[in-house]
Design a protein around this ligand. Structure first.
Ligand code: PDD
Length: 277
């Protein structure tokens, strides 16, 4: 089980993290979660592009070029002999230095990337999941995939304690996204989702959902919906690299329509399935 670091591959048991590390002390870093199907990356360019955009936004100097990174990520799968469905988690922090809020003058970014088996959530995708709503108390720059996930962690924990899969986040009633996925509402055959502004993460699967809708002639409308709109929705779903396209059948204990995944969600799931193969 090899982990990719900024220097080389190390065995996971030999990975020592420094005592003063900006990722640990400040959450001063960025991350990605990339899906792997049968040993091959899905949407890798989208993830690497977003990683570099996040780095630029928080002024982290990337320790490698995009081209080198693609090679290293391939090597990560090869070294670990991955031929299953999996995920790669990677994070890059501003590095290690004596604790001070301001950036250290000369510090190299720290990378680690590892791969873990992740079977597809086939049962949930067939049946759909329950959710709760939670206030979105995050900052204004959620388009940056930053390590600061405490609000997301707390919202997800609330969902978990309610026996639910996800928390749908809203700012003053306006739905932004979920704690670790994007959110969509279907009404009269049209898909509504929050515009890709700075206050949500621009999901890689979201880009695909948009493409699938366009290919199928399903209007993809980047207009946010409100918590009160959910009771009138025909369908609701969420998307992420780990949950794929997931039907939402319940919100705050109330069924969405008849409490079954709907045809638009099914269509998008089908398209995803084909695309990911
Ligand atoms: N989360 N919104 C948020 C807040 C997320 O954390 C994620 C992904 C998404 C979906 O992005 P994508 O389609 O690129 O996976 C939307 C990952 C899976 C995580 O934190 O584990």
């Amino acid at each position: 089980e090899y982990v990719l670091t900024q220097k080389d591959f190390v065995h996971k048991n030999d990975l020592n993290y420094p005592f003063e590390e900006r990722g640990l002390q400040f959450g001063d870093g960025i991350y990605e979660v990339i899906r792997v199907y049968k040993g091959r990356y899905y949407l890798i360019e989208e993830h690497v592009e977003r990683l570099f955009r996040s780095a630029e936004a928080v002024k982290i100097k990337m320790p490698f070029t995009k081209q080198d990174f693609y090679h290293q990520l391939d090597e990560l799968l090869q070294k670990n002999k991955i031929d299953t469905d999996a995920k790669v988690y990677l994070q890059i922090t501003r590095g290690s230095a004596p604790r001070d809020h301001a950036f250290p003058l000369s510090t190299e970014a720290n990378l680690y990337a590892y791969v873990q088996d992740l079977p597809r959530k086939e049962d949930l995708m067939r049946e759909g999941v329950s959710t709760i709503t939670q206030p979105d108390v995050r900052w204004d720059w959620c388009y940056i995939k930053s390590l600061n996930l405490l609000p997301n962690v707390i919202a997800k924990q609330e969902a978990s304690e309610a026996g639910c899969f996800e928390a749908i986040l809203h700012k003053d009633g306006e739905v932004t996204e979920c704690s670790s996925s994007n959110a969509y509402l279907v009404k009269d055959g049209k898909v509504y989702t929050h515009p890709a502004k700075k206050n949500i993460l621009h999901g890689c699967v979201r880009m695909k959902v948009e493409q699938f809708c366009k290919e199928e002639g399903i209007p993809f409308i980047e207009e946010s919906f409100r918590v009160e709109d959910i009771q009138f929705a025909d369908e609701l779903f969420l998307s992420s690299s780990t949950a794929e396209v997931m039907p939402i059948i319940e919100v705050d204990g109330k069924k969405v329509k008849e409490g079954r995944p709907g045809p638009v969600t099914r269509k998008i799931q089908e398209k995803y399935e084909k695309d990911a193969k």
